[in-house]
Design a protein around this ligand. Structure first.
Ligand code: SF4
Length: 244
């Protein structure tokens, strides 16, 4: 703390600037509170804060980065209080294929990235067999926070979080959505159909083609699902070729 009134004033204006204020008003004029010596980073941060919509206007986000910043501190459902990390999604922002699972698990919660555990490693292998990498596709979940003990998402949680996913899809504009597992597919398609009934057909999800296949975790539990998963992946690639 300084006794110099001039320095005190500068410190005060700096604090205002860091809080996002760019002007202070006096009765007949306004003056800039950004001292010439204010580091550029403060101005940049202030600009970013202005650019990012409020969470209630998340659908105004114009790119994935902005959407991430808008919703990363979400606490609209109780999972926001128990998560370790918010799990937004990962991959190519212009991906032609988007994989969607139900929710982050333990490994994903720890790392803040979807499909990084054993199931994620299997997904990576499937992608490699298709001559794709994670960076070529986009990977996300319906929920962006982990349900405790990996329980299934509650309907209210999914209903609260799904609009974020819908906006994410709108920004990415994939040609195909590949739904991984029954729970994610039932939620997105608002149906009680079994996975067997949903496989091997095409659905429309908000204007995007959607197919359903086994969750890699299910394939790890039941290796007999490996072949149908692979067949589904080949059909997906054939459809993509058809659309190109
Ligand atoms: S699960 Fe979705 S709605 Fe719930 S707190 Fe996380 S981001 Fe928000």
């Amino acid at each position: 703390m300084t006794d110099n009134p001039r320095q005190q004033a500068i410190d005060y204006f700096r604090q205002l600037a860091q809080m996002g204020e760019t002007v202070v008003y006096r009765p007949f004029e306004s003056i800039s509170v950004l001292p010439e010596t204010t580091p550029a980073i403060n101005q940049q941060e202030s600009q970013e804060a202005i650019d990012v919509p409020s969470i209630d206007n998340f659908d105004k986000a114009t790119d994935l980065n902005q959407l991430f910043k808008t919703i990363k501190n979400c606490h609209k459902c109780a999972l926001g209080d128990t998560r370790t990390n918010f799990v937004f999604g990962v991959g190519n922002p212009n991906a032609q294929i988007m994989f969607i699972g139900e929710a982050p698990g333990h490994d994903e919660d720890m790392k803040g990235e979807p499909f990084v555990g054993r199931a994620g490693q299997l997904l990576n292998k499937v992608l490699a067999a298709l001559e794709l990498k994670r960076e070529d596709v986009y990977i996300a979940n319906i929920l962006k926070c982990r349900p405790p003990n990996n329980r299934d998402p509650e309907p209210e949680e999914a209903a609260t979080c799904e609009p974020y996913l819908i906006h994410q899809i709108k920004l990415i504009q994939p040609k195909i959505i590949c739904c991984l597992g029954r729970i994610a597919a039932q939620r997105l398609l608002q149906t009680n159909m079994t996975l067997g009934q949903m496989r091997d057909r095409w659905f429309d999800y908000h204007g995007t083609l959607l197919m359903v296949t086994y969750h890699p975790a299910a394939v790890l539990r039941s290796p007999s699902y490996k072949r149908p998963l692979w067949e589904d992946m080949q059909k997906m690639m054939a459809k993509l070729k058809e659309l190109s």
